[in-house]
Design a protein around this ligand. Sequence first.
Ligand code: SAM
Length: 302
Amino acid sequence: GVSASTNDPNAISSIIPGWFSEISPMWPGEAHSLKVEKILFEGKSEYQNVMVFQSSTYGKVLVLDGVIQLTERDECAYQEMITHLPLCSIPNPKKVLVIGGGDGGVLREVARHNSVEKIDICEIDKMVVDVSKQFFPDVAVGYEDKRVTLHIGDGVAFLKAVPQGTYDAVIVDSSDPIGPAQELFEKPFFESIARALIPGGVVCTQAESIWLHMHIIEDIVANCRHIFKGSVNYAWTTVPTYPSGMIGFMLCSTEGPSVDFKHPVNPIDSEISAKPLKFYNSELHTAAFCLPSFAKKAIGSK
Ligand code: SAM
């Protein structure tokens, strides 16, 4: 290809030397790029390619199969929202299940809730856990909490074996639906989640971008309306290093005590904590459910 350092202003370089570009059929025709200082790790697990690099402006970056999973600078926006949107919406979460989330960041956030007695995590790829412990200690710190039990395995199979009515909350921190996470976006998986929850229990799943994946979101919403007899809502947050700069969440509750996701009943007091929240607060919680008009039209709300 043509070098980016060429003086020809019309030259187009597909790969800029020294930059990581996130090219994927999930977002055809665009690719966010970060300047690379140093590649710190490259490996291939049973499930995916795993890479860690030092970027020049976002700290260390974890990449799976060429897709950015987290950066040190903006991971708070994702981990805090995917965790506290569900857990601050119910009065007294006790048992929580995390599917995916091998980096440990969601565990770190769940552990802030004093009412929680048990945290299970089912991550398919042990390499993600090991790499996170080695390169992202401020994220993997979640594993140090005594309430956490790590299960290495497929989240789909794990949930099928969970006795009915076990968890107050399930958080699905998955990668995109190309690769090992594909089934985590399909109807049978959502049915297993509903079964695993107590009445009035909640689920929050990674639900892609309204700019890029409206068809995926509409399918998820349709499935969830069938399966979850409580409330079904879509929320979103900004994450600069995710494709289109944002990511959405599907939040649903099972039949039982009603859950009004837009009005948190279990606020988390960050000021008194030694490690204050960087992103989440109660105002953002409510605002996260306000959708742009085009998305509101496609998704609707219940
Ligand atoms: N927490 C992150 C962040 O800050 O954006 C990103 C997502 S996390 C790294 C996604 C995880 O889901 C990956 O570690 C991947 O291995 C895991 N995963 C994918 N498919 C899975 C499955 N079927 N069961 C369990 N975990 C799965």
